[in-house]
Design a protein around this ligand. Structure first.
Ligand code: HEM
Length: 304
């Protein structure tokens, strides 16, 4: 007891403050509660469906859950990318966590696939255009922290790149621009235009900060010494994020948009059947960890 008292005195003396004031403050302060700490009321005030369909709330909350899980992935990534020194052990520990969060998103996706009324979803979705999950900035921030811009340009995009591409030409040719940019006319869908207006400057600034400091770069710096277990964890993340999640997502899109003999347009206006398929996207964060055969079969287990 006395020891604590002494340590408190020392702490505030060091800060040039009177410890007694702080001790009195402690006497006055209210106990911490779950609802204040977790900000429950604020959290539950953030759902604003656009229609009266009960299932729209499920749609909103599940997207919010995804954003929170993606923030957890980013939280780990911020600690192992950028200008920080990381040991292989730290890196492996963080990637293990990233895999856990991503698996949770994959196994829970049936909340979308099976957990909403088919007709109600196909009605309330009409009130949501031109919004699309495509506009999730955290999804793009994860990509930019994981891998170099070069790996976010697909094969046709690589043919369009100038000999020594700068940041702007990479951005012009990122694979996800295919969802909304007509390269012949330069026209963009409203979904893409609004997304870029809001986030492109921030994305470019992150890409600049990540030059030579992405997770892929950290792996390269570890070189041949990379242990088998770490390698497998990284491959697992690549597979979860770039094959398995895209496939549960695509299967869900197909369930709602490509059934009963008709193919519906996406709220974001992409040619979604092709665009969303990992086989066409060919998005890989750590290409050097995959064999040519594995790359050839990327996402091929599902055909639409
Ligand atoms: C019924 C559920 C869903 C359907 C039918 C659906 C459909 C689609 C479609 C068609 C696209 C292509 C872009 C467009 O033209 O709009 C897309 C993109 C996307 N959606 Fe969803 N989606 C659903 C749920 C979700 C959820 C819960 C998330 C989580 C945030 C999400 C995140 C994304 C992302 C990140 C993209 C871009 C993917 C990429 O660029 O590889 N979607 N979605």
């Amino acid at each position: 007891m006395n020891d604590i008292n002494q340590r408190i005195n020392e702490k505030y003396h060091k800060l040039g403050e009177n410890p007694e004031t702080y001790k009195e403050g402690l006497l006055l302060s209210k106990p911490t509660t779950y609802w204040d700490y977790i900000q429950v009321d604020t959290l539950l005030s953030l759902q604003n469906p656009r229609t009266d369909f009960a299932d729209e709330k499920i749609f909103v909350i599940y997207h919010q859950v995804t954003e929170l899980m993606q923030e957890l992935v980013l939280h780990e990534l911020r600690q192992i990318t950028g200008k920080v020194e990381v040991s292989e052990q730290q890196l492996a520990e963080k990637v293990k966590r990233m895999n856990r969060y991503t698996r949770m998103l994959i196994t829970s996706f049936d909340v979308m696939r099976d957990g909403m009324d088919y007709d109600d979803y196909n009605t309330f979705r009409k009130a949501l255009a031109p919004a699309s999950g495509f506009q999730s900035a955290s999804f793009r921030y994860i990509e930019l922290r994981c891998t170099s811009l070069q790996n976010l340009v697909n094969e046709p995009g690589k043919m369009r790149l100038p000999e020594t591409p700068d940041l702007d030409s990479y951005f012009e040719n990122l694979y996800w621009k295919d969802a909304g940019l007509n390269r012949q006319t330069g026209e963009q869908t409203l979904t893409l235009k609004l997304f870029c207006e809001k986030y492109e400057a921030q994305m470019k600034s992150l890409a600049r900060e990540m030059t030579s400091h992405t997770l892929e770069d950290k792996i390269k710096q570890l070189g041949d010494g990379l242990q088998h277990e770490t390698r497998e964890l990284l491959r697992e993340f690549d597979k979860l994020y770039n094959i398995e999640w895209p496939l549960v997502h695509l299967r869900t899109a197909a369930h709602y948009l490509d059934a009963k003999g008709e193919t519906k347009a996406a709220t974001g206006g992409s040619k979604w059947k092709k665009y969303l398929h990992p086989m066409y996207q060919q998005r890989k964060f750590f290409p050097s960890l995959w064999s040519n055969e594995e790359i050839e079969n990327w996402g091929k287990e599902f055909q639409l």
